[in-house]
Design a protein around this ligand. Structure first.
Ligand code: PNS
Length: 171
């Protein structure tokens, strides 16, 4: 009997971007089960609450991907992976600038639990400049976030920053 291949795609998803969705879409085609796990990044203060981040992912993923589930965990990623019997952690890499941090994370996670493998997927080039931080910066000034995040999230994001969106020059 072949073993079910379970992967975890972890992140703070503060908020979810089209770059994250691209990795989820591609990851879901490789693994039998993909668990998108909202975790806390101790290096960042989240703008959206854990509940809001989970709701965003549920809204986007629940109906669209049969083998993708969404979850929240507070603690070490490798402990969560073990709890879920996941063999793989997927991370998206956008540019060389991501590499140093992700390399360190992969190493420490391997040290903490060598049975969980970290695999990197290169972000599609059209999303290589995209990050949750840049979305928040643009949105905080009422800049146009079309194409950066799924359409269904505009309202939630703009409400958080109490702004209206100006999109007259978008390419
Ligand atoms: O989207 P992010 O902010 O880059 O995601 C980072 C995240 C949440 C995956 C990372 O901070 C994490 O794994 N947090 C849980 C605590 C942990 O296991 N840290 C790594 C070992 S010290």
């Amino acid at each position: 009997m072949t073993k079910t291949k379970i992967a975890i795609y972890p992140g703070s998803f503060d908020p979810v971007t089209n770059g994250h969705l691209d990795i989820i879409d591609r990851g879901s085609k490789i693994f039998d089960r993909l668990i998108v796990a909202v975790l806390e990044n101790p290096r960042k203060n989240a703008v959206f609450s854990a509940k809001e981040r989970l709701n965003m992912l549920d809204l986007l993923l629940e109906k669209n991907f049969a083998n993708v589930e969404v979850d929240y965990y507070q603690g070490l990623l490798v402990d969560y992976a073990e709890q879920k019997n996941a063999q793989v952690i997927i991370k998206g890499l956008r540019a060389i600038s991501d590499f140093e941090y992700e390399f360190q994370m992969a190493m420490i996670n391997h040290k903490l639990n060598p049975s969980v493998e970290t695999m990197f997927m290169m972000t599609s080039s059209k999303f290589s400049y995209l990050s949750s931080s840049i979305v928040k910066e643009v949105a905080s000034y009422g800049g146009c976030i079309k194409g950066l995040v799924p359409d269904s999230l505009y309202d939630l994001i703009l409400k958080k920053f109490d702004v209206d969106m100006k999109c007259n020059k978008i390419v």
